[in-house]
Design a protein around this ligand. Sequence first.
Ligand code: FAD
Length: 674
Amino acid sequence: WVDLHGLIISRLVIGAGPSGLMAAYWMARCGINARIIDKRETKIFVGHADGLRPRTLELFDSMGFQHRVLHEASESTEVNLWGPGDQGKLVRQALLDMTQADHSPYHNTRLSQGRIERFILDSIHENSDLRVERSVVTETLEYEEKLGLDPEAYPITVKLRTLSPEELNTPNSDKQNFETELTHEDLLQDDWDDLGQRGSHKEKVETVKAKYLIGCDGAHSWTRKQLEIPTEGSNTDHIWGVIDVIAISNFRKSKTIPHDQLRLTSTLADIRRVSVVTGTTGTILVIPRERGITRFYVPVQTCEAGTSDRFDRSIITPKMIKSRVQEIIAPYTFEFEVCDWWTVYQIGQRIATQVTRGDRIFLAGDAVHTHSPKMGLGMNMSLQDGFNLGWKVALAAAGTIKPETLKTYELERHPLAKMLIEFDRHWVNLFLDVEPGEKDTKAESMAAMSAKFENFAHGWNVYYPASNIVSKSPEHGDAAIPQNFVPGERIHPFKLRNQADGCPQWTTRLLKSDGRFRILLLAGDVRDSIQKQRIETFTQALGSRSASGSPLLDRYTGIPGRFESPIDIFTIHCSPWKEVEFFDFPEVLRPLSMSTGYAYDKIWCDDACIFDRYCDGTAYEKWGVDRALGTLVVIRPDQYIGWMGNIEDVEEMTRYFDGVLVRKPPVSEIPTVI
Ligand code: FAD
C-alpha cells in the first residue's frame, strides 16, 4: 500500500456515470486541475439507460460528438398505443407524434448508456489529461464550514482508497447480469480497449484537499449520506423487469381499425416501433434500440402494500419476464435467443431536500432524484445537471466567474427535479393496472400527458428563474426585443450560413461549449446605411472605456490557459448572403490572429442555402427578431439566454457581465514575476 497525504486539487468529482462525466467534461474543457474517481473497475458497456432527448443531443452537438451518437443510435418520433379492442383483442389505438420537427434538429434517440459515456470520455481525453481513476472509493469526507467562506481556501478533505482485487471480485448486481460474459463481438473496438485496462491500478490510500466537490455517485449517494441530506418520497410496491433482446416476434399492425395512418403503415413491424401495449394482464413498453435490439419494460410483480422492501429480486429470471411479455402481447408471438442485458427494478420516486452544502459541495443526477426509468429521463436529467453545474464550478475554480454564481445551480436545477418527480408520478400511474372500464381512455390519457409535458421532457423548456446569470427584466426602454427569446431558456436552434464560405451550420454546433459567454449581435439587414452605422457605433462602444473602466472585451479575467477573454462575439445578419462580404464587417467582429487567420467562423447569415433545405433563411422570423433593427443577446456558456437588449445597450450589457464575471485587477495590482 502507498499512503499519500495532502494532495491539493481544485475539485473532485465522485462518480463517473452520466452526471459525473458531464461535469468532468467542463473541467477538461476549461483546463481545471481536477480529479474524477469511480468505484467501478470499468465503465458500463451494455444495458442501463438508453433514451436521449433532443436537448441532450443539442448539448452533445455543442460538445462536438453528436454525430457519433447519431451514427450508432436508433431514432424514432412516434409512439404506438395498443390496447384491447371491442372483442378484447389487441388493436392499435393511436399513433402519437412525439416530436415537433421545427423545434430541434434532433429527436428521441436511443443508444446504450455505455456508448454515451464512451463519447464523453473521449471528449475529456481530447481536451486534457484528466482520466477517470477507477476502482477508487471514498472513505471519509470532512467539510470545514468556516473555510468555505474564503474563496481561496480548500475546505474539503476526502480520504480515497483503491479497492483490492478481492473487493473488486465481490459479486454485484451488474456482474450478476451479462457484463462478465462479454465477448469481443459484443463490443466496439474502443470499448474493448477500455475493458482491457482492468486491473492496471496500484493499491493506495490518499487524503485529498479540494476547493469543490461534486457528488455524482448515484441513487445511493455516499456523498449525500455524509452530508446527512435526507430524501423525500417513497418506493412503490411495483416490481418491473427489463430485457434487451433480439426479439423474434410477429407483433405488427392491427387489421381491425380502419384508419388512414394505419393503412399507410401496414407493412411496419411494431416490435421495431416505440409501443405501449396494454394487454388483459398488464402494460408493457416496447423500445426498439441500436443493433437490432429491442428493450421491454415489463411489470413482473406487485407486492402487498409496504412489503416490497422485503421482496427477493433474485427470484425473477429472464424466462419469467419473457412469459409476461408473451402473455400481454398475445395473440402475437414473442421469443428470443439473444439477451444483451436484463435487470429487475422497483419503482421509487425520491428527491434530495438539498443539492449543496455551502456552495462548495454539490450533488447531481441520481444522487438528487430517482424515479421510474420508463420515461427515459433519468440519464437526460443527470447529464443536464452535470452540464449546468460543471461550467459554473469550472469557471469559479478558474477565477473567471464570481463564486456567488454557484447559487444558481440549486435555483435552476432543483425545481426541475421536483417537476420530474411530479411528471413521473402521473406517467407511472398510466402503466399500472386500471379498472376494465378505464382501459379505453388510457390512450387518450397518455396522449394528453405527453402533450402536456413534452417540452419539459424533451428539455426544451427549463424555466430558469432570474439571477445574476439570467436577466429577466431588460433595463432598456423600447423596441426590438425578440418575441421568441426568453431569458433563462435555450436559444432555439437554426441553421445559418457562414459568411466566408457559405457553409450552413446549426447554431447548436456554432455555440461551442468551451466555457465562454457569447454576445450574439443580430445585426439585421446591413445593406441599410443606417443599420450599418448602428453596427459601427456598437463596435466602437465595445472598444471604448465605459463610465466604469476598461473596454468590455478587455475587462474580465479570462479562462487561464484557454481564452484571454471569457467573452466571444458572433454576428448574425439577415441580408442576402451574396450581397454582403465578410470584410464589410468591422475588424473587431472578425479579428485577425497570426496563428488562426481571420476569424471566419464569427460572421453568419440568415439566408437560404440552395444545397441544404434546413438552412432556409427563417431564423430571424422564428426567433421573432426585427429584420430591420436586429437585436443584442448574451448566451451563457451552456447556451441559455442570459440577457437581451438593443444594439445600443452596451452599458446595460456590461452591467450584466459585471454581475457575473470577475474584473481583471488594475495593472498596478498585477504582481511582477521576477
Ligand atoms: P449513475 O449512473 O448511477 O453513476 C454513479 C456512479 O458513481 C457509478 O459509476 C458508481 O460506480 C459511482 N459511485 C457510487 N458511489 C461511489 C463511491 N462511494 N465512490 C466512488 N464511486 C462511486 N435514463 C434516461 O434518461 N433514459 C433512459 O432510457 C433510462 N433508462 C433506464 C433503464 C434502466 C433499466 C435503468 C436502471 C435506468 C435508466 N435510466 C434512464 C436512468 C439512468 O440510468 C440514471 O438516471 C443515470 O445513470 C444517472 O446518472 P448518474 O451519473 O447520476 O448516476
